[in-house]
Design a protein around this ligand. Structure first.
Ligand code: NAD
Length: 419
């Protein structure tokens, strides 16, 4: 696990990235001020009855950054080290991500300080339902639409949807995305972030003159996102040589089978002693030689301390904010390109948008249609970012942020100031 101090630094990273881009656009001071701040930040107390009969009060948040381009959108994270600063960073990044891929949403993020691994299913359900009730005044299908993030899943989304619908008086599937398909979820949503990252890698390697066949890939964090990346890259013929969970990683330069990894993790709860693989810490995993490194766990994993030790030819950010500003500069000096989170992992929010559209229409698409539309959006966005980065000699992150921030700024500007 990263140190707590590192997690709260995520906000400094997000703000520094935004400030840098604002200066180079340049943004007007008025709009810069609006976007450095948040539309709303709600902190809630969540009392629940634990299985042992005692009452425990948890703390939850919902942070809404900017809704100039549409309702707020962003995941819900359950984590013992969750901080408001961490959520602010993630909410701001959501504003840029939605803008970059052209989906009509603004950025938000929420969560509860808790360790879901220590809670029973009943406790988790009561916590989720009471949290939903607490944030109800500020969420809604046209206001703010939550989704899954670290340690939340389809089941948690189903409880949110049910709690909201009961209080609202009618079935309201569009209140969350990432729901089970039988209650209004979209086909393809579960794996959309990972598939999008795999599409992005396939797109990026063409420009780097690398071959997908036997491409050596390392994935830090083999959860929802990381494991889907592994699955699709295995199918594309790449060689996933190292993976990890919070408990540590494994390495086999000949490649690891996705199916065997999933089976082993289900049975053992970690990758420890996975057959024919060398065990290692998460720190050393990041420093192994490879073609593509995919950090898909938490923020601030590639820092000024380890940036000079990275031996990947390309970094594709699966997690949100895994690279600090200082690390970015060092990687740029060493000519290791980074495909930024707001482009690489945008597949999740794109298919969340598709889910919201399908819920509104009560008309559902085939998985093939979802995947084709997703690929089209990500390919077009990649081209747009790549050509700006080539034309103006910018990093892919700066190019992506420039496009995203300009769009949000234009929306604020044309809407004007109320009153
Ligand atoms: P998850 O909880 O399913 O998986 C996280 C994985 O990372 C787990 O395997 C966990 O054991 C591992 N992990 C945690 N700390 C680690 C550490 N220090 N080192 C190595 N591994 C560690 O979460 P997820 O939904 O896969 O999300 C992962 C990242 O992707 C997060 O940054 C999240 O914000 C981002 N993201 C998720 C989605 C989505 O659709 N779920 C979309 C966009 C971005």
């Amino acid at each position: 696990m990263p140190k707590n101090t590192m997690i709260s630094d995520a906000w400094e990273t997000a703000l520094a990235q935004f400030d840098q881009v604002s200066k180079r656009i340049p943004l007007s001071e008025d709009i810069h001020q609006v976007l450095r701040n948040f539309d709303r930040m709600l902190t809630v107390s969540i009392p629940i009855r634990m299985d042992n009969g005692f009452l425990r009060v948890f703390t939850g948040f919902r942070v809404q950054h900017n809704a100039a381009r549409g309702p707020y959108k962003g995941g819900i994270r359950y984590h013992p080290e969750l901080t408001l600063n961490n959520l602010k960073a993630l909410a701001m990044e959501m504003t840029w991500k939605c803008s970059l891929v052209g989906v009509p949403f603004g950025g938000a993020k929420g969560g509860i300080i808790c360790n879901p691994k220590t809670l029973s299913k009943g406790e988790l359900e009561r916590l989720t339902r009471r949290y939903t009730y607490a944030i109800m005044p500020i969420i809604g299908t046209e206001k703010d639409i939550p989704a899954p993030d670290v340690n939340t899943n389809e089941q948690v989304m189903a409880w949110i949807m049910d709690t909201y619908s009961i209080n609202n008086g009618y079935y309201t599937p569009g209140i969350v995305t990432g729901k089970p398909v039988n209650i209004g979820g979209s086909l393809g949503r579960t794996h959309a972030t990972g598939l999008g990252i795999a599409y992005t890698i396939a797109h990026a390697v063409k420009y780097k003159k690398m071959n997908l066949k036997n491409l050596k890939v390392i994935i830090q964090g083999y959860g929802n996102v990381g494991s889907a990346v592994g699955k699709f890259l295995n199918e594309m013929g790449c060689r996933v040589v190292a993976v990890s969970s919070s408990k540590g990683g494994i390495y086999n330069p000949r490649g690891l089978s996705h199916t065997a990894l999933i089976k082993y993790y289900k049975e053992n709860g970690s990758f420890d002693r996975f057959p024919n693989a060398e065990g290692m810490t998460n720190e050393s995993l990041l420093e192994l030689p490879c073609d593509v490194l995919v950090p898909a766990a938490m923020s601030n994993q590639i820092t000024e301390e380890n940036a000079d030790k990275i031996r990947a030819r390309l970094i594709v950010e699966g997690a949100n904010g895994p690279t600090t500003v200082e690390a970015d500069q060092r990687l740029a000096k060493r000519k290791i390109p980074v495909i930024p989170d707001i482009l690489a992992n945008a597949g999740g929010v794109v298919v969340s948008y598709f889910e919201w559209v399908q819920d509104a229409q009560r008309y559902f698409w085939s998985e093939r249609e979802v995947n084709e539309k997703l690929k089209n959006i990500l390919d077009c966005t990649y081209e747009e970012v790549h050509s700006l980065s080539q034309e103006k000699k910018l990093s892919m992150r700066t190019a992506a942020m420039t496009i995203a921030v300009k769009r949000v700024a234009a929306a604020i500007s044309v809407r004007g100031l109320y009153p």
